[in-house]
Design a protein around this ligand. Structure first.
Ligand SMILES: [Zn+2]
Ligand SMILES: [Zn+2]
Length: 414
């Protein structure tokens, strides 16, 4: 037997998934966001430039074809943001800000382990060409109200940090390196390696000995220039006004190079160790992709798999519309099957959810099958019914039965 590729999944029922997606789309439309779609295949160079050659995503995790020919090298997208920015430039979008979202699969060449997927679905929401910091408050409020009011999730928190501009980060980085240098005798080898390559990543260390030292490490918020600290103050004030609660997490830096100023993650303890279900922030993309103007943006990516896990645990609080009642038609014999097909088509054309059981079996047997399908009404067509132009309708909940004319079946069921 051929099995599915490790790190991928078959989703055998999309009802709840579609419910979440549908709610998300409605919520985004209310906030004047437009749904767009971009290809799954992109030029490899798009992500090399936009996400950064040094990042794990680009250096290790992309599925690349025609690797050896720079011009023809294409890949399966590892994220959607870069594609949306490409689309913004390529289509000469004049609308500013451009509020859009896209939904679909992304791919990472990971060694499969729990909570890591090679193919997973993302909902990417982007506010493009939006310089003013007030946009960040609007954006965070929009996501928070989706999670809290629409999906009615409770056990979550917003982690927020502010990374300033590149000058602020440069100064902070140097101070952090100095700090780590002074404390190197007490830090683990991984942290020491990170100190030289990417010092911000020391905050990912889970060892208690390192954590104890990192509590006193220099914080980026202490290195903000005048413009950035004004923006940070505005943002926190606005979030307070909009009743968005958050925790300032000085160690939150996000994996990608392109973030500046606001970064955030929504986390839930219902998810275990990989506890973030959405994350994003403010970034500047443009010159990397297009070569001229820099475009300030804010965006977020939702991991739909994790959203599904959270909503699943919480679904009794949601008003998920019940399945419409199912009508199952049982022709008792082959001779009644044509009639059953006609009757089914009649019911379905009137919007009644209908199925037919077209296999051989005793009455008991067929009734059992109908029950397993979840039938609310069973419509029996036997020799007598065929002769008399009638159908026997059994209500599976109450157990009551009635015989009606076939032509009146729809009316009596409605
Ligand atoms: Zn700054
Ligand atoms: Zn460490």
């Amino acid at each position: 037997m051929i099995s599915r590729v490790r790190g991928t999944e078959d989703i055998l029922d999309l009802t709840l998934y579609n419910f979440i997606l549908d709610k998300a789309k409605k919520h985004l439309h209310v906030h004047n966001f437009t749904e767009i779609d971009t290809p799954i295949l992109e030029h490899t160079s798009l992500f090399v430039r936009a996400v950064g050659e040094q990042t794990d995503i680009v250096s290790k995790e992309m599925y690349v074809f025609n690797k050896d020919n720079d011009e023809d090298s294409i890949c399966l997208r590892p994220e959607i943001t870069a594609s949306i920015i490409r689309a913004y430039f390529e289509n000469g979008i004049q609308q500013k800000p451009w509020k859009v979202f896209a939904h679909g699969p992304v791919f990472r060449k990971e060694r499969p382990q729990k909570g890591r997927w090679r193919q997973f679905t993302q909902l990417s929401i982007e506010l493009i060409a939006a310089k003013e910091i007030e946009n960040d408050a609007y954006f965070l409020k929009m996501i928070d109200s989706f999670v809290a009011d629409v999906l009615k999730l409770e056990n979550y928190a917003i982690k927020l940090n502010f990374l300033g501009c590149s000058q602020d980060r440069k100064e902070h980085r140097q101070a952090l390196i100095n700090f780590l240098e002074q404390n190197k005798s007490e830090m683990c080898q991984t942290c020491l390696d990170r100190k030289d390559k990417n010092p911000l990543r020391v905050f990912d260390c889970k060892l208690e000995q390192c954590q104890k030292i990192l509590v006193t490490a220099p914080k980026i918020l202490d290195f903000l220039c005048t413009e950035c600290s004004t923006d940070w103050e505005k943002l926190t004030t606005l979030l307070g006004m909009l009743s968005v609660s958050y925790i300032v997490d000085h160690s939150l830096v996000r994996g990608l190079d392109y973030y500046n100023k606001t970064v955030f993650e929504f986390v839930s303890r219902c998810l275990g160790a990989q506890n973030a279900f959405c994350g994003g922030g403010r970034y500047t993309l443009g010159s990397e992709i297009q070569g001229s103007e820099d475009v300030p943006c804010i965006g977020v990516g939702f991991g739909m798999g994790r959203m599904l896990m959270l909503v699943e645990q919480n679904k009794e609080k949601l008003l998920i519309p019940p399945q419409p009642p199912l009508h199952v038609i049982l022709p008792m014999d082959e001779a009644q099957r044509p009639l059953a097909l006609i009757l089914a088509s009649e019911l379905q054309s009137k919007g009644l959810c209908t199925d037919i059981i077209l296999s051989k079996g005793s009455m008991t047997n067929l009734m059992k099958k109908a029950n397993r399908l979840g039938a609310k009404f069973v419509l029996i067509l036997g020799e007598d019914e065929q002769k008399n132009g009638t159908v026997s309708i059994k209500n599976m909940q109450s157990g009551s039965s009635s015989v009606v004319k076939q032509v009146d079946a729809v009316t009596s069921l409605k």
